[in-house]
Design a protein. Structure first.
Length: 254
């Protein structure tokens, strides 16, 4: 994607980019187009350089920016959930979802919880309680330990590992959780692996394009595997990279 705006050679010749934290990548990405235009590079296209709006002051965020709708977490095996029936303390339970995605609740027995949101599980319990035992019960469910809502990140990051996927997680959020990129990270070789409808998929992203506003920051979902390219894992991504151009599109892996 960088070659489309005409300064890939300049970026490739600046190894400092891979040694700085992600917030410095952003500032450099914003400053670099201005510097190149001042130098009069003939192959630089200002119109295509960035989608970031530059203003003297930042406007206040609206309510939809601060409190936008988040992706609801879904319940999976191993998750610990708390169930409360309003006004009936004897029915309050903290339970762990079993390997089949089920829980056991007083009066109604086994309840399927796999893949449900907390609100959907609460509605299911509420319906079954109201059928025989309680009149108009009010049920609330909360995931207290989301064991199943996690992603894995490794490669050119400071702290590879397994992290919780909370709310509207994005790729840069995931990398920040891993304490940023390492000294040897290759920022244009970030691959996200995902299983969709039983098919293994992969997409390649460029962190420099994302931090510079030239590409969207993609969402990260539970069970995603993120591999940040580095000098030490070039072999791992060598065969995959040509199949996943830096377009942010997921391709099936055969």
């Amino acid at each position: 994607m960088l070659t489309a705006i005409g300064f890939s050679e300049e970026l490739d010749s600046m190894p400092m980019l891979v040694r700085l934290p992600l917030w410095r990548h952003l500032s450099l990405a914003l400053a670099l187009p201005l510097a190149l235009s001042a130098c009069g590079k003939p192959n630089f296209d200002p119109a295509a350089a960035s989608r970031v709006a530059v203003t003297e002051t930042l406007p206040e965020p609206g309510a939809e920016d601060l409190y936008g709708t988040a992706r609801e977490a879904r319940i999976g095996p191993g998750d610990k959930i708390n169930i409360v029936v309003l006004g009936i303390s004897d029915l309050e339970r903290t339970v762990v979802v079993d390997g089949n995605g089920r829980i056991v609740f007083p009066l109604i027995g086994t309840v399927d919880a796999l893949g449900l949101t907390p609100a959907e599980l609460a509605a299911s319990i509420q319906t079954r309680l109201s059928q025989r035992y309680l009149q108009n019960p009010q049920v609330s469910v909360a995931i207290t330990e989301p064991v199943s809502q996690r992603f894995t990140i490794y490669g050119g990051v400071t702290r590879p590992g397994i992290y919780p996927a909370v709310g509207n997680e994005t790729l840069t959020d995931a990398i920040a959780q891993a304490s940023g990129t390492s000294d040897t990270a290759r920022l244009d070789e970030v691959v996200v692996f995902r299983t969709v409808q039983g098919k293994r998929m992969a997409a390649r992203f460029d962190l420099r394009a994302i931090s510079g506003g030239r590409a969207d920051d993609p969402a990260v979902y539970p069970n995603d595997r993120i591999v940040v390219g580095s000098d030490s894992n070039r072999t791992l991504l060598r065969d995959l990279a040509p199949l996943t151009p830096v377009l942010g599109l997921f391709y099936q892996i055969l």
